[in-house]
Write a protein that binds this ligand. Structure first.
Ligand SMILES: Cc1ncc(COP(=O)(O)O)c(C=O)c1O
Length: 397
């Protein structure tokens, strides 16, 4: 390999290792509900995004098997757009009460697509500081000016939206913050966007399926419509239990994305079997069964938070399935995660750069598939293993 490159890679590897930031991919050899077999040991999973347990739901699996084919054979605009894709786009638009939906290979790609397609040099993208990496990367790739406001501070967003009259402005926020679990002040942000003639784009990866009536997500939960937030991201890899994503919104914007968004045009369409599975998941989410799963999830969240408070565990302020336990130093987060694993619980440590420096944490997630006993077991293990952090020097604002 090229000498200079090899030297650089080695230096970065050593720095990562010294900072305890080496990442590891664990192999799951069996998955049964929230039980996973990893390295021959059964662990109870408390870090997945399968909030409703739909990744193994019988209706979802049956739809996957009944689909026309495994591969889509081409991009959507060549010959890869099957009836399963069209059916899913229609179902998503109906569910989200919006005119149209457009599929993408993943949420990451969809965020690159939206910001690249809407913004260019001289335009502005105003974003929450804790937005997902894909929103930040999308703005960077578009060549626009990226401004980041303190977490959930709508008035700071308003100040940053004072831009040149010729500049297009997009105000982008996570609906539910992926590493903190709190919800964006969407009504305030919608008012700010409206006042500044900016487009509000909501990444609802962690809200769709779990918040609002029929699981429509954080926009519906805030009492807003497509008029207020003309574009939103729905990902299939979280509550819908699959993989892929859709951008949902007005006809004008979706048609523009279809025609111009490079991460949608120059890539193979999702497997039709995945589109069929996601359509089945969308049906479950909207049904009485979906209501029951959400009620179970919210009961599980309440049980966990109640007992954690009794134990004096300083959970972050979140009412969603994402219940982070802030540890501060990477080493403290890793130690607690390892202790839980030894007790049979999988709650992975999240370290910078995924979260800000000094804010390493356990990102504990709850699912409707957890039982009361499993949650009690995790809390017992936390009570035995948790020691207060040695240092937290992070502030989210
Ligand atoms: C808020 C948010 N947006 C976007 C993504 C990317 O979605 P996907 O996993 O479908 O690429 C994620 C998931 O990691 C996320 O948490």
């Amino acid at each position: 390999m090229q000498r200079l490159l090899s030297q650089r890679i080695a230096a970065l590897r050593e720095a990562r290792s010294a900072a305890q930031r080496t990442r590891m991919c664990r192999v799951v050899t069996q998955r049964q509900g929230v039980q996973c077999v990893v390295n021959g040991r059964t662990l109870l999973n408390f870090c997945s995004n399968d909030y409703l347990g739909l990744s193994q739901h019988p209706q979802v699996i049956a739809a996957l098997h009944a689909a026309s084919s495994a591969g889509s054979t081409a991009s959507h605009l060549v010959c890869g757009h099957s009836a399963e894709h069209a059916g899913l786009e229609a179902a998503l638009a109906t569910w989200q009460q919006a005119p149209r939906a457009l599929l993408f290979g993943s949420g990451y790609l969809a965020n690159l697509a939206v910001l690249q397609a809407l913004l260019g040099k001289g335009d502005a993208c105003v974003q929450d500081k804790l937005n997902h990496a894909s929103l930040i990367d999308g703005a960077r790739l578009s060549g626009c000016t990226l401004k980041r406001y303190p977490h959930n501070d709508a008035q700071a967003a308003a100040r940053q939206l004072h831009v040149d009259a010729q500049a297009v402005a997009v105000l982008a926020t996570d609906g539910v913050f992926s590493m903190d679990g709190d919800v964006a002040p969407l009504a305030e942000l919608a008012a700010v966007a409206h006042a500044h003639d900016a487009l509000l784009y909501v990444d609802d990866a962690h809200g769709a399926g779990v918040l609002g009536a029929h699981g429509r997500g954080s926009i519906a939960a805030a009492g807003l419509t497509v008029e207020d937030a003309p574009l939103r991201l729905i990902t299939f890899g979280k509550a819908l239990g699959g993989v892929g994503a859709a951008v949902v919104g007005t006809d004008e914007l979706i048609e523009h994305l279809l025609q111009t968004a490079r991460p949608g045009i120059y890539t193979t369409a999702l497997p039709p079997m995945q589109a069929a599975a996601t359509r089945a998941a969308v049906q479950v989410v909207q049904s009485a069964q979906g209501d029951a799963l959400r009620a179970q999830l919210h009961a599980n969240i309440a049980q966990f938070r109640r007992a954690a408070a009794q134990l004096g565990l300083p959970l972050m302020a979140s009412d969603t399935a994402i219940q982070p336990l802030l540890m501060g130093a990477d080493a403290d987060a890793l130690t607690l995660s390892a202790a839980l694993e030894a007790a049979g619980y999988w709650a992975s440590a999240i370290r910078p750069p995924t979260v800000p420096e000094g804010s390493a944490r356990l990102r504990i997630t709850l699912s409707a598939a957890h039982t009361t006993q499993q949650i009690d077991g995790l809390l017992d293990a936390l009570a035995r293993s948790y020691t207060p952090p040695t240092q937290i020097y992070f502030s989210s604002v």
